[in-house]
Design a protein around this ligand. Sequence first.
Ligand code: ZN
Ligand code: ZN
Length: 564
Amino acid sequence: MIRRKTIKTEETESLKFVPLGGLEEVGRNCMFFEYQDEIVVIDAGLQFPEETTPGIDYIIPNVNYLQQNKNKVRALIITHGHYDHIGAIPYIIQKIGNPPIYAAPITAEIIKRRQEDFPNQPKLNVITTKHGDKIKLGQYFEVEFFDLDHTIPDTLGLILKTPAGNMVHVTDFRFDYDENEQPVGLPGYEKIGKLNIHTLLMESTSAWKEGRSLAERVVIETLEELFKAAQGRIIVGTFASMITRLGEIVKVAQKLKRKVFVSGFSMKTNLQIAQNLGYLKFEKGALLPIEELHKYKDDKVLIICTGAQGEPQATLMRVANGEHKYIKAKEGDTFVFSSSVIVGNEYAIQILKDNLTRQGAKVYQSMHMDIHASGHGPKEDMKLMLNAMRPRFFIPVHGFYFMRAANKENALECGLPKNNILLPDNGQVIEITPNSTRITDKNVDAYQVMVDGLGVGDVGEVVLRDRRILAEEGMLVLILTLDKEKGHLLKKPDIISRGFIYLKEQAGVVEEIRSKIRHLIERIPRHQHLDDDYVKSLLREQLGTFIYNKTHRRPMILPVVIEV
Ligand SMILES: [Zn+2]
Ligand SMILES: [Zn+2]
């Protein structure tokens, strides 16, 4: 009895940390700290769907726990403007009680613009923060922000001062290296390390890759060489979210006296935001609308566009397919793909490169040259940060288990004791006391929440399973007209197939299915009242096995029973 009581008091007084998403995947980053009646949430991102979830637009973090405790939520802190950190805000903000959102200027602007797409949502309370700001979030939490280098300006790390000690969160980042090969910003991180860091949370996306980040300076130099050598038009494909890179490309274009045309809605919006806030400064008339492209000579043109991942609707794919209104690929064009290949997109990108090359264009991609630096630091960057921060405990976050385990190795190499490095899964409750950080056996809901079109969370396992079957096996509709009284078939069953077999060429199979249906219906004892549901499940089961034996496929079987 006494022992129980001790655990109970310890529980209420310890700090809790719970990752809700981003630890068993790349994306839908969301986590929170809780102490007594106060909760601080960090990031609310989305994840793009995978092959196992056909027809799903996004996957968002599960906020059931936060919803139940929404009166405790004091703040939502957003580390930067990428969708895997901000994307779920419109879907969850009301559920968690519409708390104040703390974000740096560009991040804040992107959040507000996106919110405009959701007119029925409440007005957001966005508080703009920056490097060095110290903000009291409640009785127990105070946050201090610091700058991180990433592919979007205004990426913030945070020091969270709590009753258990100082927690530091290093979100997506990489080190940039100056002309003397020195990591930029290192002294600042070493200063934070002197604050006696209890637990460090740090991203792990590229923690398994060897080496250190490629300096953005080298990337730009390489791009400039490439641009100089181009005789005709230059078309650069990259991510709309890589605002820093976009700005540099425009600068190089100006230097080479080329006009810049931007194609892609998200690309235009982001450049505009960065320009309005003064992060990017261009000469007047440096950026021109794509409609005016034809007015300029080929060697005076540089086009920036989306679609370097082979996305079907983006500019590059439409250019390659000859479907773009203003840009047609031709001999003399130089295409540059300045972004890394996301796993799973290799094939689409290859097709894209083939199509462009067939039309006489030259295509360059990052794997051949230094024309892309990832936003996520590899091994040596991770170790630099670990050594600067010198935490007592370390929880690698952001990434699949494999990536986080690689970051554990990095920490071991930096001398952290094995038992002080934790690899929890989404939803696991971590308990932090002044002298410990440990994974408990408690969990909060963290299963995936799917967003499908405009609906949130209404796409269950059953729907997904159906979509998978439809995609892989097709479907078979059986229409039976039965005599209500006697229970026998009044006419030949109609059979409709979609994505299963081509009926006209499979007359034999179709006839076999028909006679099987007849046989099944006749076997039902006459005295038994004909029950629709019974007939349907009988057909599904029996025909399912029969069809599998014949064709080795399992289409979805949809019996329709009409009684007359
Ligand atoms: Zn990011
Ligand atoms: Zn991220």
